[in-house]
Design a protein around this ligand. Sequence first.
Ligand SMILES: *Cc1c(COP(=O)(O)O)cnc(C)c1O
Length: 421
Amino acid sequence: MELALLGGPPVRKKPLSDWPVFSREEEESLLEVLRSRAWGGYSAEVKEFEEAFARLHGVRHAISCCNGTVALELALRALKLECGEEVIVPPITFISTATAVMICHGVPVFADIDPATLNLSPAAVRASITPRTRAIIAVHFGGHPADVDALRALAVRHDLTLIEDAAHAHGAAWQGTPVGNFGSAATFSFQAFKLATAGEGGAVLTNSSALAEKVWSYCNLGRHKDGGWYGHFTLGSNYRLTGFQAAILSAQLKRLPEQTRVRQENVRYFREQVRSLRGLTLPEDDPRVSNHPHYLLTLRYEPEAFGGVDRDLFLRALQAEGIPAQPTYPYPLYRNPLFRKRSLPPCGCGKWSAPQDYESLSLPESERVCKDGIWLEHLMFLGTRQEVDDIVAAFEKIQQRADKLLQLQESFHALAAHSRV
Ligand SMILES: *Cc1c(COP(=O)(O)O)cnc(C)c1O
């Protein structure tokens, strides 16, 4: 059969699973909030959702807020960073992990990743610690918890705060303990593509009552829980989640364990099926991860096994076959224009300076995964085995006809270069 990119029939004609998932449960919860007339952030729905989300992670406090970016900012604000203090972050993450630091007047310091998990490499973190380091933000990338044992040991030894960015890791667990229990705080996102979603939304989890009070206050215009609606004690803003969002999220949380189980089962099956395929490497199954929600599965692509066809053309061919695989980030975070000297520092006090020249920085493992990584997103593993079989069939089909694709490669690059200008 001819490749779909060359006019043949695609392996898969039907789209993979829809996202987000909803049912009567979400519809009815929304109507209940509507009829209750308690639509805002002080509705009982919000409190109920917070309690359920805290319970899911075995953490004492959850404070919901309007998105995952703000959740990071709230958790960092509680640190009271002095201008120019450093926070170690990975370069393979969403921008908020680094901008939250800068918004709080701290300096993000990028440490390289462990190629096996795309999470912060503890050795790289250790090498990045200076007398100005205050904190580490560990992103549980793709739902795979970071090596919190090693990172926690470093944090204790150097008197640093560990914060978990768990935007990919709803319900994930490490050595039997859910995420949210390893740092001073953990932050979550409920943005439209995340594993539980209300379109937008976020939360901070913490076991510290003092930190929970601070975060709640920043999120609620500096109020105290027992200080009345007109009592404002700290500088805060209004970052509340609404009753409607909380209602959807409570319904989403109920379906999360079953969705996670389906993804785990499909990923296990996928592993078996691709084992014999050359040129596509999956991350090893890590026995320390006791619950992996599989937000993103990263494969490493070797062009040599596909007759020299490069990753981006391979992905085009795969998408034409009906498999919407994606490339990893186009470059590590530090190469974003935001980090060019012209636009720094974030405040004018003169104390802010970065120990890294972001523009010329090149952390090898982070660079590499931007070139050879392929993402399979969570919804691709939410269906039946048939869908997994289709993904594997598309890989095989392209591999067998790689020579025909290679003939296209030059024109493909000429076209891509043309469309960039
Ligand atoms: C999505 C995401 C965020 C931010 O969440 P928003 O709700 O979109 O603001 C933060 N960190 C990571 C790693 C994310 O993927």
